[in-house]
Ligand binder design. Sequence first.
Ligand SMILES: [Zn+2]
Length: 283
Amino acid sequence: MEPFRLVAPSVYAAREPKLSVNVGLVVGQERALLVDTGSGPATAEALWAELREITELPVVVVNTHAHFDHIYGNARLAALGVEEFWAHPRLPHAAEASHASQRKAAQAVDPSMAEGLPYAELHLPNRLLSPVEGADGAVTPVEIDLGGLTAALFHLGRGHSDSDLLVGAGGVLFAGDLVEQGGDPHFEDSFPDEWVRVLGKITALEELYSVVVPGHGAPVDMSHVKLQRATMRQALKITRSAMNEATTDLTKAVPILPYGPAQSRALLRRLRELSSQGRQPGR
Ligand SMILES: [Zn+2]
């Protein structure tokens, strides 16, 4: 774990170098808020040591989504005294449903996540945002008072996953994997058309947030988010026309997509999956 670096007054980010995952830290006068917990107990322990270099205050955790590199440090942190873990109400189901395969992926990054080892378990968030009745997946935003500084937790729709949560504090937006820097967006569990809309909503928050900390890579500004949105729109357009041509071999679209082969294939696979579930491939 790299040390926490200041990205704005009282707001920090630290990087886990193997996956370049960002962990966020917002320090108020009474509490600190940690955004995401890494791929396993050893990562969590290392990030806790870095956190304690910055603050001795009690810590509250937010998980941006259910992927292993953002939640599998929870159990170790709970043992270190963290009591509140916040998340979107869909996160527990998503995390439980994918635990077996996610554990394998986690172990490759953090071997302390091997089954049977201490704290190598799924520790689910215990503070879930409240669903808005009748609105699919929408939740009521929450403001966490850290003492002299407030962190806003909110959901802008499905995108990278069905349970993406954003955290805004002190002019900084922690976007989870909705925004990526230095690598392609990951489409495996995504809702690509909705993701484009969510990115549009993020850019509309430009006046509030001048710095965006992506799930992976270096902090960016809103021009990066705009570019990511334009690229994704273009990718969907290309894929949609390939799908409309009803070619059986969609992989022919891979070389003309604006992503590397792995994520181009993941995008095609995901759009096919969603369209076979009766959803439109794109609008
Ligand atoms: Zn992710």
